[in-house]
Design a binder for this molecule. Structure first.
Ligand SMILES: [Zn+2]
Length: 172
């Protein structure tokens, strides 16, 4: 029979008070914040922007119609074109080709840049180098021309400031 040693617990010990904890923006910022974003939602949005006319082979332009290929394409897996035999993913040939961030991280990078956070702050939050952040600014800038809705204005504003973030910039 198991004997429970409860001699260390004084009788009539007061119950610990119910004290729900809290958190602030700093605590969130100390977490891996990209994990808070839903991977599926980010993927769906990014792919819809990258391929507004539907998923196609970047080699011959053939529309992807088979269910297995469409599924692989949407999951970011490799697809083989049934016409030209080229292997590709949903990012092949796009401005995100070869990027080392997950799609939630890409979305978060864009959110932080759009919110006006400066490079050191974004670098800390995203756990990348400040140089990496500058690379992403350039990548987004080159990818989004004035023809893209809303982004031309933002890019022009940033360009007018010499590419620098506003002094004392907008805090998150
Ligand atoms: Zn093809």
């Amino acid at each position: 029979m198991e004997v429970i040693d409860n001699t260390a617990i004084p009788e009539n010990a007061p119950m610990p008070a119910y004290r729900p904890s809290a958190f602030g923006p700093v605590d969130v910022g100390r977490s891996r914040i990209a994990k808070f974003l839903d991977d599926g939602s980010c993927r769906e949005w990014v792919l819809s922007r990258l391929h507004p006319d539907g998923p196609r082979c970047p080699g011959c332009g053939e529309l992807i119609v088979s269910y297995p290929s469409l599924r692989s394409f949407r999951l970011g897996a490799r697809v083989r074109c049934c016409c030209c035999g080229k292997y590709f993913t949903a990012l092949t040939g796009t401005f995100l080709s070869g990027c080392h961030l997950s799609l939630p991280q890409v979305v978060l990078m864009a959110i932080l840049i759009d919110a006006g956070a400066d490079d050191p702050r974004i670098a800390r939050l995203m756990e990348v180098s400040a140089e990496g952040v500058r690379g992403w600014r350039l990548r987004f800038r080159h990818a989004s021309g004035p023809s893209h809705s809303g982004q031309g204005i933002e890019e022009s504003r940033e360009a007018a400031m010499g590419g620098a973030v506003v002094a004392g910039g907008v805090s998150l």
